[in-house]
Design a protein around this ligand. Structure first.
Ligand SMILES: [Fe+2]
Ligand SMILES: [Fe+2]
Length: 307
């Protein structure tokens, strides 16, 4: 779409390519959130392309062909992953056969699957996608900085728009990646912690950045799991599989506007959308005389825009 932007008092006219990135999809509730909320967001924001991190989409642990197809069928154009990549053996079929499925690029050479590539958007724009995994407090893969820059340089010979999902634990490592790739890619958005950060910005050379997109799934729990079970693990050090939580299901992520002719980002906006509409939530909170909750929901309706 053609849009006029103002930045620092200057008027900016651009052909905008709008990307929605969806943070880690957790289990069936997360997949439901994508299915139900994505059409609403499509309508509201006129989104051109959707990328989703799906590393927790198969009952919280990894990917299956069925759950990945469900996500694609909901309107997602590319799926990225992370440290839960190998939790389900079926992932090998996706790595071998699905060009829209990405694993972290910085595995040793020879590992099956793609860590970077190009996916065609419905409007004909080619989108470069790079999936990287951090090394701080995580499994020591190859250096994601060298791998990321090499892939960005290679992709930019063919496309303008390049999106990076940096799946990492440490905020400092993520910010370093954003600064390192500033001007080389359109956006660097972090995943993995499942906690959405409030540091969205456009870096000086035109790369949109957000440390973590948050997660898509049940938020009344501990990063998507039942709270009692997660607390029990800390109290006892027992290692049991944690069940997926159920309530307060939200789709979280970020909207990024990119100038499709230059590849530079124009705007980034956090998304945190509940399965129940905001209007319905406000109606219920008002009926229950929960004024604090009403104002919290109103705050969600008016997210901060950063230019
Ligand atoms: Fe992860
Ligand atoms: Fe995750």
């Amino acid at each position: 779409m053609d849009t006029i932007y103002t930045s620092g008092g200057e008027v900016y006219h651009a052909a905008v390519f709008r990307i929605l990135f969806i943070g880690d999809i957790v289990g069936r509730p997360g997949r439901r959130a994508v299915r139900e909320i994505l059409p609403v967001l499509q309508e509201k924001y006129e989104i051109d392309f959707v990328i989703a991190n799906g590393e927790n989409s198969a009952h919280g642990a990894g990917h299956t062909v069925k759950t990945s197809n469900e996500i694609f069928d909901s309107g997602v154009h590319a799926i990225t992953s992370g440290d839960h990549l190998w939790d389900n053996r079926e992932v090998i079929q996706l790595l071998k056969n699905e060009p829209r499925f990405f694993r972290p690029l910085n595995y040793p050479s020879g590992v099956t699957g793609n860590g970077a590539g190009i996916v065609l958007a419905p409007n004909g724009i080619k989108v470069g996608i790079i999936n990287l995994q951090g090394r701080t407090f995580m499994k020591p893969l190859e250096n994601p900085f060298h791998a990321g820059m090499e892939a960005a340089t290679r992709l930019r010979k063919e496309v303008q728009v390049v999106f990076v999902d940096f799946h990492a634990e440490a905020t400092a490592e993520k910010i370093c990646m954003g600064r390192f790739l500033d001007g080389h890619v359109s956006a660097v958005v972090g995943t993995h912690t499942h906690v959405q950060t409030a540091d969205e910005s456009i870096f000086p050379k035109g790369t949109a950045y957000l440390s973590d997109a948050g997660f898509t799934g049940p938020h009344e729990g501990v990063i998507g799991r039942e709270a009692d079970q997660a607390i029990h693990r800390f109290l006892t050090a027992e290692s049991k599989r944690l069940e997926i939580a159920a309530r307060d299901v939200r789709l979280q992520g970020a909207l990024v506007d990119v100038d499709e002719t230059t590849g530079k980002a124009l705007k980034i906006q956090r998304i945190s959308e509940p399965v129940v509409s905001f209007e319905e939530q406000i109606r219920r909170a008002e009926a229950a005389k929960e004024s604090v909750r009403v104002s919290r929901i109103q705050d969600l309706i008016n997210p901060t825009l950063v230019f």
